[in-house]
Design a protein around this ligand. Structure first.
Ligand code: FAD
Length: 457
């Protein structure tokens, strides 16, 4: 099929947005609100939209998940179509989309995790936080995982909000979990487990921790777990002390941590211990995780430098939470080091550093796995502004494919797309299952259940 440059007024711009997380929806919103409005087809590998808002954000944070209301409003605008259960790379490729659309915005997030690169990392019982998070949130690809929660101590490596999510979720009581949309299996496993102590291992000091103060404070408000912090680990070197001057989050974190350290434990069934300046150097065990060996670090200009001091912490499970990482898609440039698509403000660049006409990215695959949900709005809007500028200045290849060409292509490939009405049927069923129990929803979490609910609409 030929690509040609049409004057912008001929017909609305047609854009494919790949991925339906915050970045995808904010990009779609900006496109649909442009003048004249563009038409957007959103392609998503799961039958359900919202990306990490559904499958990453912790189930005990329902208010944060309500951002999906804004996404629902975007989906209701004329010119928007959703094609779930369509995976780029499997059901369609970039070359297909380049023929069918004037522009393509990739908002596929960061689908895998960073590794620690230490011995023992692959022992049974050593997991990524990604896996646990996807499991308790009902991601259909992760429901077969079996976390042995019969152990007494768990180590969580990392000091960001995801690490705190993992510690908190594992520390919640049955009552605290009961009103959430965590899967029934995970509620049963966590509430019925033998866990006694959850230990966070932060590589650097408290002033450098990435977690934010409201999330940290919550750790001190758990019904069934004491928070334990050793005052000695909160001592700051002069450089860290200086950081507090200009870093409000670090300053507030320190205040909260000092208050935690001064607390007398209440003797709760579980405890969450926050450790600083320790890095795992090996995960130990005979056939499964039995301990983690850590080295004490000292800070040199805020960098962690290992000392000779080592310690072995007995634990039956390790969760590494040291960052997410993007995965490459076929035929699209990818930077392995950063896990992102090389880009300039969202214009995807070729090997020579030149923008590839019609190819854009937004969200975590554009800037890496940082920032909160709202960060993706500015990020996606920036991308869309460049796309619209390219359209105005004639730099966008314009497709002469008919509007329904994607449907034909998917049928030809044997794909079974879930359209927005299908997702609404899933949504209604999940909410109706949750309502009598006082829960926001009871999620369908197998592919079969999801696809069956979608096709019954
Ligand atoms: C565990 C966790 C907890 C978090 N908690 C919070 C929080 O409490 N508050 C907050 O503000 N932020 C939170 N965040 C951050 C927030 O979720 C991210 O900023 C945001 O989701 C990134 O948006 P995105 O659209 O780039 O990626 P994602 O949300 O990951 O969306 C990407 C979408 O692309 C789809 N996709 C991937 N590959 C393909 C493909 N090949 N074909 C088609 N579709 C594809 C995925 O299925 C997914 O739906 C959290 C993040 C994590 C990991």
């Amino acid at each position: 099929m030929r690509l040609r440059l049409l004057p912008l007024s001929d017909r609305p711009l047609r854009v494919a947005v790949v991925g339906s997380g915050p970045a995808g929806f904010y990009a779609a919103g900006a496109l649909l609100a442009s003048d004249p409005p563009a038409e957007v087809d959103m392609l998503e590998r799961l039958p359900t939209p919202w990306g990490l808002v559904r499958l990453g954000v912790a189930p005990d944070h329902p208010k944060l998940k309500e951002v999906s209301r804004a996404f629902e409003k975007i989906a209701a605008r004329p010119g928007f179509r959703f094609f779930g259960n369509v995976e780029l790379g499997r059901d369609a490729r970039q070359a297909d989309l380049a023929e069918l659309y004037d522009g393509v915005v990739y908002a596929v997030g960061a689908q895998t995790d960073r590794r620690l690169g230490i011995p023992g990392e692959d022992l049974p019982g050593s997991w990524s936080a990604t896996e646990l998070v996807a499991w308790y949130n009902g991601h259909p690809d992760y429901q077969h995982l079996e976390f042995d929660l019969s152990v007494e101590r768990v180590a969580v490596v990392g000091a960001g909000n995801v690490a705190l999510d993992v510690l908190r979720m594992l520390a919640l009581t049955r009552e605290e979990l009961a009103s959430t949309d965590a899967t029934d299996a995970s509620i049963e496993a966590i509430a019925g487990s033998d866990l006694e102590e959850l230990v966070m291992l932060a590589r650097r000091g408290p002033a450098q921790a990435a977690f934010t103060t409201p999330e940290l404070k919550e750790m001190g408000e758990l019904a069934g777990a004491d928070i334990l912090v050793d005052l000695a680990e909160l001592e700051l070197d002069p450089v860290s002390e200086a950081r507090l001057e200009g870093d409000t989050n670090a300053r507030r974190n320190l205040e909260v941590l000092r208050e935690f350290a001064a607390r007398e434990p209440a003797g709760s069934p579980r405890s969450v211990r926050l450790r600083f300046c320790v890095s795992p150097v090996a995960i130990l065990g005979d056939g499964r995780v039995e301990a983690v060996e850590v080295v004490r670090n000292r800070l040199v200009d805020e960098r962690a430098v290992p000392t000779d001091e080592r310690e072995t912490i007995g634990c039956g499970l390790v969760f590494r939470s040291v960052g997410y990482h993007g995965v490459p898609l076929p035929d699209i440039p990818f930077d392995e080091d950063t896990g992102t698509m090389p880009n300039d403000g969202g214009r995807v660049l070729d090997e020579a550093g030149e923008p590839i006409p019609g190819l854009y990215c937004a969200g975590w695959i554009k800037r890496g796995p940082t920032g909160v949900i709202g960060t993706n709005k500015k990020d996606a809007t920036e991308t869309v502004e460049l796309l619209l500028e390219d359209a105005r200045t004639g730099k966008l290849p314009r497709s002469d494919a008919p509007a329904d060409a994607l449907v034909d292509l998917l049928v030809e490939r044997g794909a079974r797309p879930v359209i927005y009405a299908g997702w609404e049927a899933i949504d209604a069923l999940e909410r109706s299952r949750g309502e009598p129990l006082g829960r926001p929803r009871v999620k369908l979490c197998s592919w079969d259940e999801l696809l069956a609910a979608a096709t019954e609409s």
